[in-house]
Design a binder for this molecule. Structure first.
Ligand code: G3I
Length: 453
């Protein structure tokens, strides 16, 4: 279960408010580091009529991994368990153990499942790829595979990635065991067989490097258009979105929209944003910006059904195995600490930017007969960041702020509220931002308790 933070927050407030009366510097922590936003991502996504999913490994669905997978996400995609080599490692001998486990977990947690994937050039069983087959035999094998697997999960899956990665980067069809032997119409056949086996699952074609408008996504667009014109069952396109830090495709929303305008759904199916290791606060902050841009683009288009991350923790990511020196691509650290990217996703779905893990410190660097200079520093611990901030306090001895810099401050009675200037709203993970002000005092000049948020 997601731990409730309210009692701790209250305790901290009480403790720190008491201590502040005698301290020369007052800091109000809003909460200890948390493992989740309040409310969880799946609840936020639901308010936007979107799903938030994650790829999962069945054997890991216990303890913290299982807890987070079940509470934060409302859609699961088996990362490997439904691929052909997983379900039929030996011809005619099926192993549904992990796939069944994931489907059962999803049902127990009121989650959707995206089936992944029926027709691909990777992760096919050796008996298939090493065999010698006529095109007719391959067609029968593929039809049987699709029919068997889709029938097994009939009525239980929200969607299937029926065909995975059919295109080259230049938009030509990828030469594979399927296109080489069955021609490119293997795609139409696969979709038709899948629909026959489960009329309710949404049927997708899924690919990578098709997030922005480019030759490959235009090829996908033309394929979908032609399938629709021919009456072939196609319900959606999956944009995998294996992205690189700072390389968010600016035409993502436009691309999603053009598919929506064709009359199909769009899903971001495998989002991760890799960076060169080691990760730094600056990179994590950039990653949060990139994650937010992707989720924002989906939220902006009605037919974008949602976003699935390709593993929610860095300990379950394919990236370090494949891209030497790269990693930290998911929204949680290996130790299940949410990163700025996690909070960015929450914010895209309408969550309030969280000030948790950040603190404001009030100090008086100089003071003279009737005046003083004050300073407030906002600091975020590693893994936390802010994109805007507001600090407020109440003076207890008649002090007045007369002039502020690096913030806009207003005082009403004893209450002072300061918000960031246009240029310093971002407090990076592990970093800080300060602003200053001059004020007047008489009698005494006690340090107030400041609130961030
Ligand atoms: O299961 C064996 C294990 O027995 C063995 O000890 C171990 C040794 O390396 O390998 C394990 O298999 C690995 C398998 O993942 C399960 O962990 C394979 O080597 C490894 O190649 C395989 O990688 C998967 C990859 O697809 C294969 O192409 C990743 O986990 C999976 O996340 C990734 O997912 C794909 C999507 O399906 C399609 N889009 C791209 C995405 C990322 O590559």
């Amino acid at each position: 279960m997601t731990p409730s933070r309210t009692p701790l927050r209250t305790r901290l407030r009480t403790l720190l408010t008491g201590a502040a009366a005698t301290a020369t510097t007052a800091t109000l922590l809003l909460a200890a580091p948390a493992t989740a936003a309040d409310p969880p991502l799946r609840d936020l996504a639901t308010t936007k009529a979107k799903v938030i999913g994650t790829a999962v490994t069945g054997s890991k669905l216990t303890a913290t991994y299982g807890d987070l997978a079940g509470t934060q996400f409302n859609s699961l995609t088996p990362g490997n368990a439904m691929k052909w080599e997983s379900v039929e490692p030996t011809r005619g001998t099926y192993n549904w153990t992990e796939a069944d486990q994931i489907v059962a977990f999803a049902q127990a947690h009121n989650q959707q499942v995206r089936g992944h994937t029926l027709v691909w050039h990777n992760q096919n069983p050796a008996w298939l790829t090493n065999g010698t087959w006529t095109p007719a035999q391959l067609g029968t094998l593929l039809q049987d595979h699709i029919t068997t697997e889709v029938t097994r999960y009939k009525g239980k899956l929200a969607a299937w990635d029926v065909v995975n990665e059919p295109f080259n980067e230049d938009g030509t069809y990828r030469p594979t065991i399927w296109s080489d032997n069955l021609g490119t119409d293997y795609i139409a056949k696969a979709l038709t067989w899948a629909r026959a086996a489960d009329p309710t699952a949404k049927l997708y074609v899924n690919d990578y490097n098709v997030e922005g408008v480019n030759a490959k996504s235009t090829a996908l667009y033309n394929l979908v258009k032609s399938l629709k014109e021919r009456g072939i069952p196609i319900d959606g396109v999956g944009l995998q979105a294996h992205l690189i830090l700072g390389q968010y495709p600016s035409s993502l929303q436009q691309n999603i929209q053009r598919f929506a305008d064709l009359g199909v759904d769009v899903a971001i199916t495998e989002l991760d944003i890799r960076m060169q290791l080691p990760s730094t606060d600056a990179k994590l902050t950039q990653q949060a910006v990139d994650y937010k841009a992707v989720v924002d683009a989906c939220v902006a288009v009605t037919r974008c059904v949602g976003v699935t991350v390709w593993g929610f923790t860095d300990s379950d990511s394919w990236v370090p195995d494949v891209f030497d020196g790269y990693g930290a691509a998911t929204p949680y650290t290996e130790n299940f600490t949410p990163k700025p990217a996690y909070y960015a996703i929450a914010q895209s779905f309408g969550g309030t930017p969280s000030a948790e893990g950040c603190a404001a410190t009030y100090s008086v660097p100089s003071q003279w007969n009737t005046g003083f200079t004050g300073q407030v520093t906002i600091t975020c611990s590693p893994g936390r960041s802010l994109s805007s901030w507001k600090v407020s306090w109440t003076y207890g001895a008649g002090q007045r702020v007369t002039q502020a810099w690096n913030a806009t401050c207003a005082q009403a009675g004893a209450s002072v509220t300061c918000v960031n200037a246009s240029y310093n709203g971002t407090v990076p993970s592990g970093g800080s931002v300060s602003f200053g002000f001059n004020g007047t005092w008489s009698g005494n000049n006690p340090v107030p308790t400041v609130t961030l948020g």
